[in-house]
Design a protein around this ligand. Structure first.
Ligand code: ATP
Length: 603
């Protein structure tokens, strides 16, 4: 198993779903409506133009059948060929006008859709970037990715294709029905046959939202599980977790299948019911209209026009139904995209308005912390002051809370009670740019970002020039990076140069050098390294740590032995604090740990 070192990107993701993972929120119907209205208001002109063009196109669509009715009446009244020709020409012209108006409405609709989707995407990215790292970590990258790709794509499809089509169709349907009622209220009643279709649609809509939400959640769950398994493949292999991951994947696939079957069932009821509803009104108009005509209450032309109108209704209804499923599923997708509004955010303040640390002193005062703010505290009343330049080691049994304290010291999590400050400013509230100049957490995880060597380094110091980047690489012994074919311009990752574990660690450590924090927290940075990699990393680490405050979460007690002070954490409490010698002499928990680790007590 390769173990690596990284500058934590504040998300600190591991290859498995973290314990206590919580799903990101989903927006409720009212919030979704408000968000949709906000998006419409931002492009109100285009939206209004789209509606007007739709109404005009729908109005033009009424002219054709009406003219056909006139032709029937003209022929019955013995009108000549010229009169019929004129009417036929008018039919062609009205069809052309309708076509042009409908095209225009669609064009405006598509452009409106594209602009709106661009806004949704930008908003989504902004919101993801505003999420606190701890929330990103707990939500899992699968869910965030599914929302940002599948869900946004579904909303985009609706806005680009479905919404313009449905607007045109809805306007046509309303105008056609209105026209039938104008021709004869009794004929209009035949339109009620459409009700059975509408009832089926209502039945469907009531169930579809939840069903599609469940389908979306099952998709995310599956994506998250597969992503986590792939990312943590080595851990899975090393710990023999294949069976468990396999069982979890099977459960996720089963849930995915169940939710897909549910939406399939809903569609299989809806579509036949709708087909029947098209035929009933036309048959009704022909029967009722025929009877009325026999009694002289209506002309044959009007009956033909009404039948054509109702027959014509099938097209817009078909369009609406074709897209209703897409609109439903994208409604659920939009609820998930908008759900991020309800997620916690990084505190936001105008640049320069937040207080900056007065000095490099770190104070932990009365800190209590529980994951997700619920359950038992994993840190209980911790007090600790770390003086600039000091080397402090945190030791204690597994699960005592050492890593959690490290995360609080790095500003990844904020305490539930109490405070963790640097220079009297809460660390978790610092701007990322300020924070990375204060404290950086180095763990055994690593991440090579897609991009060039330069991109990978400049994450830590966007303004650094090539000389600074080269110096940082040299400081951690990463001369290899400059010997790559394109030097700092070499692309890393899939399709480019793939650094091995120790090279990735060096890149991560070069980032620490560039960020130049006064304090570095080491959490298992070298605990699980193979000896060759460990030697490389220890050397690079020594270069990185020179002249900085170091807080080392110590798994090997020689680190504690070499530290200025040692803190012992037990069950979330800091039970001992002092120099190695003093703690060994005190004969407490540290002395016992030291003895068991070292085999005999040492002074
Ligand atoms: P180790 O030496 O094994 O790494 P530690 O002293 O660093 O242990 P922590 O990792 O801080 O201990 O864990 C403290 C407690 O918090 C443990 O009970 C652990 O199960 C719990 N814990 C850790 N991470 C999470 C998390 N993401 N969600 C919920 N509980 C967590």
């Amino acid at each position: 198993m390769t173990t690596t070192v990284t500058v934590s990107d504040r998300s600190g993701r591991t290859g498995d779903t973290p314990p206590g993972a919580t799903a990101l929120p989903v927006a409720g119907p009212a919030a979704v409506r408000r968000a949709a209205l906000r998006l419409i208001r931002r492009d109100a002109r285009a939206f209004a133009l789209m509606l007007v063009l739709n109404a005009l196109a729908a109005g033009a669509g009424l002219v054709g059948p009406w003219l056909l009715g006139r032709i029937v009446d003209t022929v019955r009244a013995g009108g000549g060929v010229r009169a019929v020709d004129r009417l036929a020409l008018a039919v062609v012209v009205s069809a052309l006008v309708q076509l042009l108006l409908a095209r225009g409405a669609r064009y405006v609709g598509h452009r409106f859709g594209e602009r709106t989707v661009a806004r949704i995407r930008t908003q989504y990215v902004d919101r993801v970037l505003a999420l606190p790292p701890a929330v990103v970590e707990r939500a899992g990258s699968g869910d965030l990715t599914a929302r940002g790709t599948t869900d946004v794509a579904s909303v985009a499809r609706t806005l680009r294709d479905a919404a313009p089509e449905v607007c045109v169709a809805a306007a046509q349907a309303l105008f056609l029905l209105g026209a039938v009622v104008v021709l004869g209220p009794l004929l209009g009643l035949c339109g009620l046959g459409l009700l059975c279709g509408l009832l089926a649609v209502r039945w469907y809509l009531r169930r579809a939202h939840r069903a599609y939400l469940a389908e979306g959640a099952a998709t995310s769950e599956l994506a998250e599980l597969l992503a986590a398994t792939a990312e943590g493949a080595r851990t899975v292999e090393a710990l023999g977790l294949q069976e468990r991951r396999w069982a979890a994947a099977e459960r996720a696939v089963r849930r995915f299948r169940e939710t897909r079957l549910r939406t399939l069932f809903l569609r299989s009821v809806l579509l036949p019911a709708v087909d029947v509803s098209y035929v009933v009104p036309v048959a009704g108009v022909l029967l009722v209209g025929g009877a009325l005509h026999r009694q002289g209450g209506i002309t044959l032309g009007a009956v033909v026009t009404a039948a054509l109108y109702l027959r014509q209704l099938a097209d817009p209804l078909e369009t609406v139904l074709l897209w209703v499923e897409q609109i439903q599923s994208s409604g659920a997708a939009f609820a998930r995209v908008e759900g991020l509004v309800g997620a916690p955010r990084l505190p936001k303040a105008a640049p320069g308005t937040r207080p900056l640390p007065a000095d490099d002193r770190i104070d932990v005062t009365g800190v209590h912390y529980a994951y997700d703010g619920a359950g038992d505290d994993v840190l209980r009343g911790v007090d600790l002051t770390i003086r600039p330049g000091e080397r402090i080691a945190l030791v204690g049994p597994s699960g005592a809370g050492k890593s959690t304290l490290g995360r609080l010291l790095a500003g990844i999590e904020a305490p539930r009670h109490g405070s963790v400050t640097v220079g009297r400013v809460p660390i978790a509230s610092l701007d990322p740019e300020v924070l990375r100049r204060q404290v950086v957490l180095v763990t055994q995880e690593h991440h090579v970002f897609l991009g060039t060597v330069r991109d990978n380094l400049r994450i830590a110091a966007p303004e650094a020039d090539d000389a600074a980047l080269t110096a940082a690489l040299a400081a951690v012994g990463a001369g290899w990076a400059e010997e790559l074919p394109a030097g700092l311009d070499t692309e890393l990752g899939p399709g480019g140069y793939r650094p091995d574990g120790s090279q990735s660690q060096q890149l991560a450590l070069a980032r620490v050098v560039l960020a130049d924090p006064h304090t570095v927290i080491l959490d298992e940075a070298t605990a699980l390294l193979d000896p060759r990699t460990a030697r490389h990393t220890e050397r690079a680490l020594a270069a990185v740590l020179a002249g900085r405050t170091v807080i080392a979460i110590a798994h090997r007690l020689h680190t504690a032995h070499d530290a200025d002070r040692v803190g012992v954490l037990e069950a979330g409490r800091l039970t001992e604090l002092g120099t190695h010698d003093a703690l060994v002499a005190a004969g407490g928990a540290y002395a016992a740990l030291w003895e068991s680790w070292h085999g005999r007590p040492r002074g």
